[in-house]
Design a binder for this molecule. Structure first.
Ligand code: ZN
Length: 394
């Protein structure tokens, strides 16, 4: 029986954009795809019915969080993550490495693994490659990830050391991995260093994974540096395997990633922004707290097909946020997740019809990019570390 597969259906004539299909035991994922993040076995403010209605085909959940609470054993005893959260579609879990390495001052790493203290109760835990595979096997996601060391992108010496460790750990994860119904992806690291990225892509493809992630980007480097690393890395990964860019979800980055041959993305951006009253629109972001929306009878985005825009005015959404009503978070999240999933649907249709470059140009001409977006997200994540890992971590 074929548990996991990837079919490359079409490659764009002038860019590296690819149309594909991932097959998993819990269904198919049309690629390029964006995965909303359900950090603690829930996409914040949404339920699985909302997610199905939005057309989500893949959900990401965080091993670090679920390992600490409620515990992977609890999830396993209750039938695994799909059953536990009642999401019967494909799920991807990360290894927990990213969260653990974000615990500045609360962790020490060695060749054996990472020793860290829980953000919940300060208890001490050790993540080894074997351990994170075991935990992810208990959770039971369709796609699982190797333990990697995500280094500060500008520190060459640290990146060299972290990369060597990431490679040893990838081989150990491959050996430890035992469930044939789960696909284990390798993660290319190397910071902003082209030669390290190349070395990593070559080493990991030599080990032979069913899919490859590109990690350690959108963590403080510039967008130009991120795109340059994608240019270097994506072309070194096998064309017949899916490529996953971790933790990236700004609309312009999705378009640039697809242009460079990326098939999968995940990010907390749409859900986190929604809880901060910020909505994506075709012209850029708006903030619902802005007084100019007080009496605005228009929807957040004219022509948007989401539930929120079909039923509610900007004035109402503004009011909900001002009054701190719980519905504010749900309606804003529905719109933002819809916005990114609709963008991916439009991208897939455009690739199929040979007009992806035109779609990209048209979108970017109308969309006002927040220049320091990557950096902002990063500061939020690393600067306010206490918020970081208790909230969503990517
Ligand atoms: Zn909408």
């Amino acid at each position: 029986m074929h548990f996991f597969g990837f079919s490359l259906l079409h490659t764009d004539a002038t860019t590296c954009a690819r149309l594909g299909r991932i097959t998993t035991p819990h269904g198919e994922i049309a690629t390029p795809a964006f995965a909303p993040v359900g950090t603690q076995a829930t996409v914040k403010a949404l339920d699985p019915r909302d997610l199905r209605e939005l057309g989500a085909e893949l959900i990401l959940s965080n091993t670090y969080h679920l390992y600490l609470r409620p515990g992977a054993g609890v999830v396993a005893a209750l039938g695994g993550l799909h059953r536990f959260m009642d999401w019967d579609g494909p799920i991807l879990t990360d290894s927990g490495g990213f969260q653990v390495f974000s615990l500045a001052g609360r962790r020490t790493s060695s060749d054996e693994g990472v020793l860290f203290r829980s953000h919940i109760d300060g208890s001490q835990h050790l993540f080894t490659p074997e351990m994170v595979i075991h935990v992810q096997e208990q959770l039971g996601a369709d796609i699982i990830m190797c333990l990697d060391e995500c280094a500060e992108p500008h520190d060459r010496a640290y990146n060299e050391q972290a990369l060597a460790r990431t490679h040893v750990w990838a081989a150990r994860c491959l050996t430890a991995h035992s469930r044939p119904d789960q696909a284990l992806f390798g993660i290319v690291q190397g910071g902003i260093w082209a030669d390290l990225r190349q070395q990593s892509a070559e080493y990991l493809t030599g080990l032979g994974f069913p899919g490859y992630a590109i990690g350690g980007l959108s963590v403080g480097e510039s967008k130009a540096q991120m795109y340059a690393m994608l240019d270097v890395t994506a072309r070194l990964l096998p064309a017949d395997k899916p490529r996953y860019l971790m933790g990236v979800g700004a609309p312009e980055d999705l378009l640039e990633g697809v242009t460079r041959g990326i098939d999968l993305f995940d990010c907390v951006l749409p859900t986190r922004l929604a809880r901060n009253a910020a909505l994506f629109t075709r012209r850029g972001r708006i903030n619902l707290r802005n007084a100019r929306f007080e009496q605005d009878a228009a929807p957040a985005e004219v022509g948007c097909g989401c539930y929120t825009c079909r039923h509610f005015t900007l004035a109402y959404l503004h009011h909900l946020f001002k009054a701190e009503e719980l519905l504010a978070y749900r309606l804003a999240t529905i719109h933002n997740v819809h916005f990114l999933l609709q963008l991916m649907r439009n991208i897939r249709a455009a690739i199929a019809q040979g007009r992806f470059p035109a779609l990209k140009e048209e979108f970017l001409a109308g969309y006002r990019v927040i220049p320091e977006e990557t950096r902002d997200a990063n500061q939020e994540r690393r600067g306010a570390a206490h918020k970081t890992y208790t909230d969503e971590a990517r």
